[in-house]
Design a protein around this ligand. Sequence first.
Ligand code: HEC
Length: 156
Amino acid sequence: MPQNYLVLLAVFAAVAATALYFASARREFRIDARDPAQLARGRDVYEQRCAVCHGQRLEGQPNWRARLPNGRLPAPPHDDTGHTWHHPDEVLFAIVKNGLVPPYAPAGYPSDMPAFGQVLSDEDIRAVLAYIESHWSGEVVRVREEMLAQSRGGRR
Ligand code: HEC
């Protein structure tokens, strides 16, 4: 009998360890616009890597909705006036890491948005997204949450 208890205990311990592992992995993946450490790192990354195109104040390039003479789109703003906030965090992460390639753009889509996977760590990418998200108004954050909840429901 006591042996059975030991086996049971071992199983419980394994389950608990797995749950803990995934919980902390998820915490690590988090993009948190209220985390001061993530924001400080994100600001540095933004100023070094993104501001040149997306603007010091996240305002984007002038006339960003109109195509350039070469047919490409200018850099959109990342503040409330742009459409960055229309996308879920996973999509934004993938765009910054891999650039505008499938599945979030058509194959061969010509774009000036670089892929940062070679120069930024996943931590840096999460941090810069947290910095961007910290600029969104309460209203945009609320509408975004509703939109994302709806699209998650729609996919089911
Ligand atoms: C060389 C200029 C350039 C730099 C540097 C740059 N971007 Fe971009 N980015 C663009 C352009 C141009 C687009 C729009 C591309 C398109 O739609 O064809 C874009 C689009 C995006 C989008 C998609 C927005 C949306 O609503 O679809 C995200 C997210 C983004 N950039 C994040 C970043 C981040 C974060 C950085 C810094 C780590 C960065 N970009 C640096 C030019 C740049």
